[in-house]
Ligand binder design. Structure first.
Ligand SMILES: Cc1cc2nc3c(=O)[nH]c(=O)nc-3n(C[C@H](O)[C@H](O)[C@H](O)COP(=O)(O)OP(=O)(O)OC[C@H]3O[C@@H](n4cnc5c(N)ncnc54)[C@H](O)[C@@H]3O)c2cc1C
Length: 373
């Protein structure tokens, strides 16, 4: 089959590789000249690796990661450094952390040459027929996959767009220039309306993130200084991690998600995949994981079914799971960002009392993926 993909993000690239390895003719249209060249770290869990393995892409990604991160003590801490809750070891056993740029490079360089068309913006047909317009001409396919991100034009053109919603907080991300010792501890530290997360990369550099509840569009003259002003007096090694990061490499994004779950991921022979279908808050570290599950699902379904059946089943299996995870992620983010003193105090007390068994089983459901039939 001939398959046209819009977007060379993680979702589009995994779909492209999986489908190309199954013998399909794949073209990826990407509006940027150098997609994925920037970015910080990324957490992926067992569900993403099961999906990558199911379509033969796992062995490309595994060397970019290390099991060491799963050996660290993880969970939630107070700004003083005292643990609120430690994750049971099996809840973080499948966690791997990698650098986004490494993942993009590995995936895109494994595509056959000529598959990826950079600097090429594509638009879908509004009735979902598998035709793409790019550079003033139209190309026909048997299936179109729109993996064009949270602000997907394809979703709008297909009449499926609910708009996006500000989640109420902003997030900074960075990776230290050199290795920093985290003393065997990672995870998140929760204050009031603020969080700081630590996730070491396989080479000892550390991916970190920081959040704050703020009005959308808030600007800072010096982003790194803004983080130091807010988190500099939190426990070690938070200040050291921020100081060890190039100011120009600090990223910040106001966090958005889809305003409502979509009624369908499919129109005709055009499907939405990844953030285009279910952009969620990053609170469970599952946005890319769900994009990878989508990509593996459509590839596996096309091995067993005719294209029209495959897209129908794709919609049936992918919507409930990805939308439930998006809902949980939103709830987790709201709780984690509590800024009123009483609410934050009650949250912290509940966390210290939460039985590890319950925390572990909720996490297990999210981190387990079953291939569609
Ligand atoms: C702060 C933060 C932290 C996160 N942390 C994690 C994490 O730890 N783990 C995790 O799993 N997820 C995480 N996520 C979510 C994750 O980054 C996304 O879910 C994932 O990258 C989405 O991938 P995608 O391929 O669907 O979309 P994108 O990565 O947005 O890719 C879309 C691509 O389509 C291209 N494009 C758009 N329109 C067109 C067009 N018309 N023609 C051609 N090309 C087009 C864009 O240029 C882009 O390259 C995080 C997100 C944020 C904001």
């Amino acid at each position: 089959m001939r398959i046209g993909i819009i977007g060379a993000g993680i979702g589009g690239l995994v779909a492209a590789l999986a489908l190309q390895r199954d013998g399909h003719g794949v073209t990826v249209f990407e509006r940027q000249q150098r997609p994925g060249a920037i970015g910080a770290g990324l957490s992926l869990f067992g569900n993403a690796f099961t999906a990558l393995d199911a379509v033969g892409v796992g062995e490309l990604v595994a060397p970019l990661t290390s099991k060491d991160v799963a050996m660290l003590a993880a969970g939630q801490r107070r700004p003083s450094g005292r643990w609120l809750v430690r994750m049971p070891p099996d809840a973080s056993a499948s966690l791997r952390v990698l650098h986004r740029a490494d993942l993009h490079d590995a995936l895109s360089s494994a595509l056959r040459s000529g598959t990826l068309r950079p600097a090429s913006e594509a638009t879908v047909a509004t009735d979902g027929s598998p035709t793409l317009m790019a550079a003033g001409s139209s190309e026909s396919f048997d299936l179109v996959i729109a993996a064009d991100g949270i602000r997907s034009d394809a979703r709008r053109s297909l009449g499926l767009d609910p708009g996006v919603r500000y989640a109420g907080y902003t997030a900074w991300r960075g990776v230290t220039r050199t290795a920093v010792n985290v003393h065997g501890e990672a995870g998140e530290t929760w204050g009031r309306g603020r969080r700081f997360g630590v996730a070491p990369l396989p080479d000892g550099r550390v991916y970190w993130f920081a959040t704050q509840t703020l009005p959308p569009g808030t600007e800072f003259e010096d982003e790194r200084q803004a983080i130091l002003d807010r988190f500099g007096d939190w426990h070690d090694p938070i200040g050291e991690l921020v100081e060890a990061t190039d100011p120009s490499a600090v990223l910040r994004h106001d966090i958005h998600e889809l305003a409502r779950p979509l009624a369908s991921f499919v129109r005709g022979r055009t499907i939405l995949l990844g953030d285009a279908a279910h952009a969620m808050t990053p609170d469970l570290g599952q946005g890319a994981g769900q994009a990878i599950e989508d990509a593996a699902s459509i590839a596996l379904l096309l091995r067993r079914h005719k294209v029209d059946d495959a897209v129908r089943i794709y919609d049936r299996v992918r919507r409930p799971r990805s939308q439930a995870i998006a809902r949980r992620s939103r709830t987790a983010g709201r709780i984690a960002q509590f800024s009123a003193p009483l609410a934050a105090h009650l949250r912290d007390t509940a966390l210290t009392l939460a039985p590890a068994r319950i925390v572990g089983s909720a996490v297990h459901r999210v981190q387990t993926w079953t291939p569609p039939q």
